[in-house]
Design a protein around this ligand. Structure first.
Ligand code: DX5
Ligand code: ZN
Length: 219
């Protein structure tokens, strides 16, 4: 049985101790480090920028999975690549020229992801499924950590898994928002490959153990 890829989200970590938090992830069974970038325009919150990603990269021993919640991502994709991003996801809703955004990310040698908001149908991804490495399905409205998981996500994941198979795509399905031990197994059973977890990991008194628990889940 394939184990899920676990990507703890630093958004919920202690920003005053990022080195310690990144080292905890290094020593854990996590696979990627999820980095949330918010511009205060696409989403009603501002998180961190390029210099912080560079600082994270200095300590990170795992790939940086950079989730851009920003308008006009084409202006900053190269800077995030230079700052150390291995995977860059842009939001479908922020990209009138989505295919061009994907090409830009791939030309830099990064893996390309497309994130979709809870209201966005997965069928809108059909024309680009062969071009991308990752779909980030938002299970909360982007902008904040520690929100309640939206139950309809299961159905979207099942639909998306079927579309990926139909198109012979190798894109992974990542779920972002509200993940915990209650919903993670069902998400995997529905077809998820990657689980992002922020609050559930970092609000725990033993984050490394929580990561191990998520990694050991069976669908
Ligand atoms: C929300 C971010 C998520 C967030 C998830 O806009 O994209 O990555 O950090 O946090 P939790 O797991 O706390 O919902
Ligand atoms: Zn995210």
């Amino acid at each position: 049985m394939t184990k899920p890829i676990i990507a703890p989200s630093l958004l919920a970590s202690d920003f005053a101790n990022l080195e310690r938090e990144v080292n905890m992830i290094n020593q854990s069974e996590a696979d990627w480090i999820h980095v949330d970038i918010m511009d205060g325009v696409f989403v009603p919150n501002i998180s961190m920028g390029i210099p912080v990603v560079e600082a994270i990269r200095k300590h990170a021993q795992k790939p940086l999975d950079v989730h851009l919640m920003i308008v006009q991502p084409e202006r900053y994709v190269e800077a995030f690549h230079n700052a150390g991003a291995a995977i860059i996801s842009v939001h479908l809703e922020a990209c009138p020229h989505l295919h061009r955004n994907i090409q830009q990310i791939k030309a830099l040698g990064c893996q390309a992801g497309v994130a979709i908001n809870p209201h966005t149908p997965v069928t809108l991804l059909e024309p680009v499924l062969k071009d991308i490495d990752l779909v980030c399905v938002m299970a909360v409205n982007p902008g904040f950590g520690a929100q309640k998981f939206i139950e309809r996500t299961y159905q979207k994941v099942e639909q998306l898994r079927a579309l990926i198979q139909k198109h012979n795509s190798t894109a992974k399905i990542e779920i972002d928002g509200g993940i915990n031990l209650q919903n993670a197994s069902s998400l995997m059973a529905a077809g998820a490959d990657v689980l992002v977890a922020g609050n559930f990991v970092f609000s725990s008194s033993s984050p490394k153990e929580v990561i191990t628990q998520l990694k050991s889940l069976k669908p």
